[in-house]
Design a protein around this ligand. Structure first.
Ligand code: NOJ
Length: 448
């Protein structure tokens, strides 16, 4: 039996969101377009042509959403700032955007909620993308200036910062595969984007810590436990490469270990973009790392994939239980990832900043009986506890996400929320999983 108190009184329980996925209010109060505003206009990029011009209308409905967080007894609320509301095209500060995030922050504090702020959750201004976006090294100063504005305006109230959200996903899906904004493809986009994101990750940390020495400064990483298809040495080597790509690429440079070139030789192409001193610039001593885990991956050797010679075996081919994202439900993955990251000497503290699942939900007579999500959260939280008991410095857990929202290229199809969103009426209905999480947090139920 595990109850909330078994994690310790200081363990941070929370829920995570991101600006573009919930805010809506596209173009309101002089917001400039982001790469996602632009990408969602392009034909064939998003499931059924969905867009996020309204999303959950959090821009207007935030008072009721923050009430919901409080009513579910969730003490920590993670959200992201949109660069496009804060910085104008001429690089001046948009006071209306600042005023909006002030309302959110004050709204959190008035309700006794602790705000956790992500500076960059994938929505770079389109006018910067027109200058090359993440592939242009100037982004180090563009980003640095944006970070300083955030620190200056919000640092009096925000004690927990995350510089970036899942750089592997926004550079991999956005600059290599082209399935996310800005839809660029190939190594010639990916490698410079990766290097500049790595530099910005550390630079953001440095600027925040310099301006706000008392604040807790971290950054988040996507990760999946990787296993080889079987014991053959070829598949094992493939698993090492995929693991390096998915789980080590952005972490290790921040720890001063450089890129994992030894395991992924194609990364040596980054040399073209490296300048003297970059190895040091890529490193920053973060107070914590945010671990975001949903599934595990199975890797195999493949002749079909040039350069890497490794690929993933999709969950559908393996006939395992999956979520609507076609991600395997595999609770031990989070345990393995916490153990793996906890074993790096320089990783001081870990928060699970995202974990959750999309399943088919139906609203029937005012209720969403999402048993599978309840079980998913139950089983993953139990694995977090297992890692903690074995000495991993994991100090928090945040569910992805508060309410069903815009799931990037998948549009509104996958529902991840603890709260059901009716996207026609903007009505919200707390799902059974929301009540389950509340009851767990209120210590009315335990994990068995
Ligand atoms: C990772 C991302 O941070 C978030 O934006 C996304 O919605 C969830 N995982 C689910 O895919």
């Amino acid at each position: 039996m595990i109850s909330r108190s078994d994690f310790g009184a200081d363990f941070k329980w929370g829920v995570s969101t991101a600006a573009f996925q919930i805010e809506g209010a596209h173009g309101i109060d002089d917001k400039v377009p982001s790469i996602w505003d632009e990408f969602t206009h392009r034909k064939g990029k998003i499931h059924k042509g969905h867009h996020a011009r309204m999303a959950c209308d959090f821009y207007n409905l935030y008072p009721q959403d923050l009430d919901a967080v409080r009513n579910l007894s969730i003490p920590n609320f993670r959200f992201s700032l949109s660069w496009t509301r804060i910085i104008n095209r001429d690089h001046s500060v948009n006071e209306k955007g600042i005023a909006f995030y002030n309302r959110i922050l004050d709204g959190c504090l008035a309700r006794g909620l602790e705000p956790w702020v992500t500076i960059y959750h994938w929505d770079i201004p389109h006018f910067l993308e027109e200058k090359g976006g993440w592939t242009n090294r100037d982004i180090v100063s563009w980003f640095g200036e944006y970070v300083e504005v955030c620190a200056k305006y919000f640092g009096d109230r925000v004690k927990h910062w995350m510089v970036m959200n899942e750089p592997m996903v926004f550079t991999g899906a956005g600059y290599y595969l082209g399935i996310h904004a800005p839809g660029r493809k190939g190594l010639s986009s990916f490698i410079p984007a990766m290097h500049h994101a790595t530099l910005c990750q550390a630079e953001g940390g440095r600027r925040l810590k310099f301006l706000l020495p008392q604040a807790e400064v971290g950054t988040t990483f996507s990760c999946s436990h990787v296993e080889p298809l079987n014991n053959s040495p070829a598949h094992q080597r493939a698993a090492v490469k995929i693991d390096a790509l998915l789980n080590r690429l952005y972490l290790e440079p921040s720890l001063g270990m450089g890129y994992p070139v030894k395991d992924i030789s194609l990364l040596s192409r980054v040399e073209k973009y490296m300048k003297a001193g970059d190895e040091q610039m890529m490193a920053f001593d973060f107070d914590f790392i945010g671990v975001q885990n949903y599934t595990r991956e199975i890797a195999k050797r493949s002749w079909m994939i040039p350069i890497l010679f490794a690929t993933l075996v999709g969950a559908h081919k393996r006939k395992v239980e999956t979520t609507l994202m076609n991600w395997e439900v595999y609770p031990a993955s989070i345990y393995h990832m916490l153990k793996k990251y906890g074993a790096y000497e320089k990783v001081r503290k870990i928060y699970v900043t995202e974990n959750g699942a999309a399943f088919e939900d139906s609203l029937l007579n005012g209720r969403v009986e999402d048993k599978r999500r309840v079980k998913y959260l139950h089983d993953y939280i139990a694995q977090v506890h297992r890692a903690k008991q074995e000495g991993v410095p994991v100090e928090g857990y945040f569910v992805w996400t508060l309410q069903d929202n815009f799931e990037w290229a998948e549009g509104y199809r996958p529902r991840f929320g603890l709260i059901y969103t009716d996207f026609e009426t903007q009505e919200r209905v707390v799902k059974d999983s929301g009540y389950w999480y509340r009851d767990f947090l209120e210590e009315k139920i335990v994990i068995s």
